[in-house]
Design a protein around this ligand. Structure first.
Ligand code: PMP
Ligand code: GLN
Length: 374
């Protein structure tokens, strides 16, 4: 869809990346690291300062204690952390259970691991897309090896509640499954919604790998520095795979990300980003509604799902192919995040995901253009 936006001149509200970079001071820290000679292979697990910074971040925000020596691994973005974790811990005969819709890399890495992919749908209700407890129970089997969660959730913007997480925790424990949780949008939550890391639930730290990255929180999606935190034995297994995927990750970015995670001004920057994104979400949601979409307001992430059915489109992919010509805007069909033939796929056929992590002036122009549809 980004290629379509480039070739048509449409406003790209498809792929999720900010059009304003993260804090200047953090950029300068990366440049200073290059100047200071951090240009050769760093340690395989990540530089000590960054592992310590991840531990500090987990303690400060969530009161989670992780040992930077043995319980933190630095990766090439959350993408590598997810891939290495799934490859390390699942194989043929195992099932990996995800929510559906799901971020696209999950299906690919589960397939690479030779494991089976099972899903529990997020179902639309008055409170947005929520977990269906009955469907979740049915999705667990005695072969469920990993539950791969994502909250705040791409593409729906759902922030899982304590009740939802408690049920997941109970079922994961009963089935002796490992939980891998993708929390890259941890700081981008709105309207007082609280991001609750599943590792903070009673007993869950022992079976949970928590993944995040610098990309979303600090608007440096191109830096590709991520991390995984959890029990030493699980982190060691992930490190063994990471060793042969990339070996190490971006030397000069690591000290800069350590600064981002521990610096008070950088933390304040993230709080401001979330506040500004809440306003941009409202702007885009209102514009999509005026254009005739059925909008499901997100509580987190920088995406909104809007249903094109009221506009007469029953196929979101077709709508996305035509949106550049109809309205000069690009979105992503939610079917990119579902499996053909599933219940979630059927329910979301006409849905489109738009991002609001663009400058307000860009969103205002997009909203004007979208009004053409009404
Ligand atoms: N998980 C989710 C849910 C995402 O939206 C993204 C962003 N593309 C990623 C993982 C990947 O993060 P990173 O860029 O750190 O690899
Ligand atoms: N996470 C972003 C998205 O979902 C970008 C990642 C990608 O394009 N693969 O749009």
């Amino acid at each position: 869809m980004s290629a379509l936006a480039a070739s048509t001149g449409a406003i790209n509200l498809g792929q999720g990346f900010p059009d304003v970079d993260g804090p200047e001071a953090i950029k300068r820290a990366a440049m200073a690291a290059i100047e200071a000679g951090h240009n050769q292979y760093p340690p395989g697990a990540g530089i000590p300062a960054l592992r310590a910074a991840v531990a500090t971040h987990q303690r400060r925000h969530y009161r989670l204690e992780v040992d930077p020596e043995t319980e933190v691994l630095i990766t090439t973005g959350a993408t590598e952390a997810l891939a290495a974790a799934v490859l390390a811990l699942a194989g043929p005969g195992d099932e990996v259970l995800t929510l559906e819709p799901f971020y696209d890399s999950y299906a690919a890495v589960i397939a690479l691991a030779g494991a089976a992919h099972t899903t529990a749908p997020l179902v639309r209700g008055p409170a947005g897309f929520r977990l269906d407890p009955a469907a979740l129970r049915l999705a667990f089997t005695d072969r469920t090896r990993i539950v791969l969660l994502n909250s705040p959730h791409n593409p729906t913007g759902t922030v899982l509640t304590r009740a939802e997480l408690t049920l997941i925790a109970q079922l994961a424990t009963a089935h002796d499954a490992i939980v891998i949780t993708d929390e890259v949008y941890e700081h981008l939550v709105y309207d007082g919604a609280e991001h609750i890391p599943v590792a903070t639930l009673p007993g869950m730290a022992a079976r949970t790998l928590t993944i995040s990255s610098v990309g979303k929180s600090f608007s440096f999606t191109g830096w590709k520095i991520g991390w995984v935190a959890g029990p030493a034995a699980l982190v060691e297994a992930v490190r063994t795979v990471k060793q042969f995927l990339t070996y190490v990750s971006g030397a000069p970015f690591q000290p800069a990300v350590a600064t981002a995670l521990t610096d008070a001004a950088a933390s304040a920057w993230v709080v401001d980003l979330a506040a500004s994104l809440a306003g941009r979400r409202d702007l885009l949601c209102a514009g999509l509604e005026r254009a005739g979409f059925d909008v499901i307001r997100p509580q987190g992430t920088y995406f909104v799902v809007a249903d094109g059915a009221p506009l007469g489109f029953d196929d979101g992919a077709e709508l996305c192919r035509r949106l550049p010509e109809l309205a000069g805007v690009v979105g992503v069909p939610v079917s990119a995040f579902t499996r053909a033939g599933s219940a979630a796929d059927a329910a979301l056929r006409s849905a489109v995901r738009f991002t609001f992590v663009k400058r307000e002036s860009v969103l205002r122009e997009a909203v004007i253009r979208l009004a053409e549809l009404a």
